[in-house]
Ligand binder design. Structure first.
Ligand code: ADP
Ligand code: ASP
Ligand code: MG
Length: 402
């Protein structure tokens, strides 16, 4: 069997954890399996590197930031190889350059395009565990890129896909995927299984347990995932196309605090305004999420939308510098907001799901700022201070606990 095993930051945070991972991987290897280990940077080191960059330069060039961030994963893989050496298990660490993980150009949020498999295959044939840096790639100018926060999951799934691995295991600091983030919702329940589509929505809406692109890629290439803890042997959660368990009305609640609401007031009520506005943001790779258009005074309209909080300042700068083109009167930004979403394929055939969510929020006297829906999700924007109360209330309303 060829097994891809990915370990997140907390799972390799210190010496004990590194040896714990090495031991788990060595067990599989000694059974005769080929083993590829994908690692994230140790503990919070990516955050620390970002903070260091900002100490030097509040707006660091994106190429150089990626150059810095990729060192985090390189530390982990080298130390892991040293641990295997102590255990007399043959291994080799490889970074994105050595493997050749080709990505798109964009720094900070690159997409994997192609992975060369020769070097990895060569090492596996020589019976070595191959330890690969997660989160990083190389673009066509031979510059390091990164895949976006949490991107090591995507590295693991991509490797599993190109190498036709028999298993792709994502090890983290929780026992699996829960009905809500167990950090905020003590009553959250672990799911046995979840579909790609549901997980993709949950991940995109803030459930950081998996990088959303990793789920997208797993679905595209049919890579079945197991998400489980690196600290115990509990069975995790399987992510796959169809689940056997009886369909619940909703499968989970997601909370995203990394969001900001931008409102452009007094736009002309004419065709093409929304296009111009969102085109400007798309040009700079700014993702826009919930959008609300409303009628203003004197033949004008207002457009409000959410972006990730990290993109908010840039979005405002861009819009302000083009105000004459889009014709708005005023821009405002609110960073004290949070998005709460419910996701579940079961809601497609059940009217009243949204109403039930709104009722739960009303009972807590929580005001809703914006609403957006799709076939399998409902998202509301609320004040950040209400966020945890809201997820717990919604979780209770749908009786998702054990
Ligand atoms: P890693 O470093 O292993 O990649 P992450 O911090 O990226 O770990 O992801 C694991 C965290 O995701 C958990 O500690 C948990 O707080 C959070 N999380 C958010 N939503 C969920 C969910 N629905 N189920 C499980 N964990 C979740
Ligand atoms: N180290 C990176 C991050 O913190 C990638 C990852 O953990 O998946 O975002
Ligand atoms: Mg992660």
């Amino acid at each position: 069997m060829l097994i891809v095993k990915k370990f997140g930051g907390t799972s390799v945070a210190d010496k004990e954890r590194i040896f714990n991972v090495a031991k788990r991987c060595a067990e599989d290897f000694k059974k005769g399996n080929d083993v590829i280990v994908v690692l994230s940077a140790m503990g919070k080191s990516t955050d620390e590197l970002i903070a260091k960059a900002h100490e030097i330069n509040p707006d660091p060039p994106k190429r150089e930031l990626d150059m810095l961030l990729t060192t985090g994963e390189q530390v982990s893989v080298a130390l892991m190889a040293m641990a295997f050496d102590v255990m007399d298990v043959p291994s080799v660490s490889l970074n994105a350059f050595q493997v050749s993980m080709h990505t798109t150009r964009v720094h900070g949020n690159a997409r994997l395009k192609r992975i060369d498999t020769d070097r990895i295959m060569h090492e596996l044939e020589h019976r070595r565990i191959v330890i690969v840096t997660g989160f990083q790639g190389v673009n066509k100018y031979d510059n390091y890129t990164t895949l976006g926060r949490g991107g090591s999951d995507t590295t693991a799934v991509a490797l599993a896909a190109v190498l036709h691995a028999d298993a792709c295991e994502i090890y983290t600091d929780v026992d699996g995927i829960y009905t809500a983030d167990p950090r905020y919702v003590p009553k959250a329940r672990k799911l046995e299984e979840i579909t790609y589509d549901e997980m993709l929505d949950l991940a995109t809406l803030g459930a950081g347990v998996l990088h959303n692109r990793s789920v997208e890629m797993a679905k595209k290439y049919g890579v079945q995932l197991v998400v489980r803890s690196s600290l115990n042997d509990h069975e995790g959660t399987i992510v796959k196309e169809e689940t056997n368990v009886e369909r619940m009305l909703i499968s989970g609640v997601a909370l995203d605090k990394n969001t900001a609401r931008i409102s452009v007031i007094g736009l002309e009520d004419q065709p093409g305004i929304a296009f111009k506005l969102f085109h400007l943001l798309a040009r700079d790779n700014i993702n826009v999420d919930v959008i609300l258009q409303s009628i203003g005074r004197d033949n004008t309209k207002d457009i409000s939308f959410t972006v990730s909080r990290d993109d908010a300042d840039l979005a405002i700068k861009i819009l302000e510098s083009h105000m004459s083109r889009i014709g708005g009167k005023h821009i405002s930004c609110n960073k004290e907001v949070a998005k709460v979403s419910i996701v579940g394929a079961g809601m497609m055939s059940n009217p009243g799901v949204a109403a039930k969510m709104f009722e739960a929020l009303y009972n807590q006297n929580i005001n809703i700022n914006m609403i957006s829906t799709s076939e399998i999700r409902v998202t509301v924007l609320i004040h950040e201070r209400d966020a945890e109360r809201a997820v717990n209330a919604v979780h209770d309303a749908f009786e998702l606990e054990e």
